[in-house]
Design a binder for this molecule. Structure first.
Ligand SMILES: [Mg+2]
Length: 250
């Protein structure tokens, strides 16, 4: 149904549970965002960085189809773990830390190239995060390193005051709720949304007890994972908030 969302009730639908669910849906104190595929389109930069790293470490060229198939094999903790595994399959055992170092040398500017991070494009319109920041706290929950998140701060207009939960801050990647729970703890808020483009973002939100909001073209899979709403475009996020500034209901 157009414009409809779903509320997840705990406590068998008793009034305190309904009230809690409605308050969380209408008056978020914190909005958490996934980054890649949600705030920025990092598909081209990721593909270019992984391809260049694998060519450097294994001497082999990998097709896009093979890289996508490897990505879908399982839930990798990070892209460096996947690249290390592909190196091992070629007989080139390489520690993840060394893989990450090589990837960074291609991703960030070098003496002879501008860095593949320049291929990234914002998905979020100018000013949206600033407007949201005036209504509630913001957090980014991502498996990017902090350095990689900092690289796109100006490109995506990430507010300096937002909380950043990065790869180095957690033991377990999404769908584990560790990152979302850490954002809740750091913000001191409990009533929150989690916005992301993948099922693991939705699963992490559900497990952390925050409102899961999907975004992007994977509507069916995001709804099946439990998303309360799925937006085609991240820039429609404000339409889910009440007109008045966020705060306690009258
Ligand atoms: Mg994502």
């Amino acid at each position: 149904m157009a414009g409809a969302g779903r509320l997840r009730l705990d406590g068998k639908g008793r009034w305190p549970s309904v009230e809690r669910a409605l308050r969380r849906a209408l008056y978020p104190e914190l909005i958490c965002f996934d980054v890649d595929g949600t705030i920025v389109d990092a598909a081209m930069s990721g593909l270019a960085t992984v391809s260049a790293t694998l060519l450097h470490l294994t001497g082999r060229r990998w097709t896009t189809a093979k890289l996508v198939a490897a990505l879908r094999e399982r839930q990798w903790r990070g892209i460096g773990e996947m690249v290390a595994e592909l190196c091992a399959r070629c007989g080139r055992e390489t520690p993840v830390a060394e893989v990450e170092r090589v990837m960074d040398s291609f991703y960030f500017p070098g003496p002879e190239h501008p860095g593949f991070f320049t291929l990234e494009r914002p998905l979020i319109g100018p000013g949206l995060l600033g407007r949201l920041e005036r209504r509630c706290a913001l957090a980014f929950v991502t498996m990017r390193s902090r350095r990689r998140l900092d690289a796109i701060r100006s490109l995506a207009g990430l507010p300096r005051g937002a909380i950043a939960v990065c790869e180095e801050d957690v033991v377990a990647a999404k769908p584990d709720p560790e990152g979302v729970r850490l954002a809740l703890t750091l913000s001191g808020r409990s009533c929150a949304w989690m916005v992301g483009d993948r099922e693991e973002d939705v699963a992490a939100a559900v497990a952390a007890g925050v409102l899961p909001i999907g975004v992007g073209p994977r509507r069916g899979k995001l709804e099946a994972a439990g998303a309360a709403y799925v937006l085609d475009d991240i820039n429609d996020l404000e339409s889910l908030l009440p007109e008045a500034p966020a705060g306690p209901p009258p």
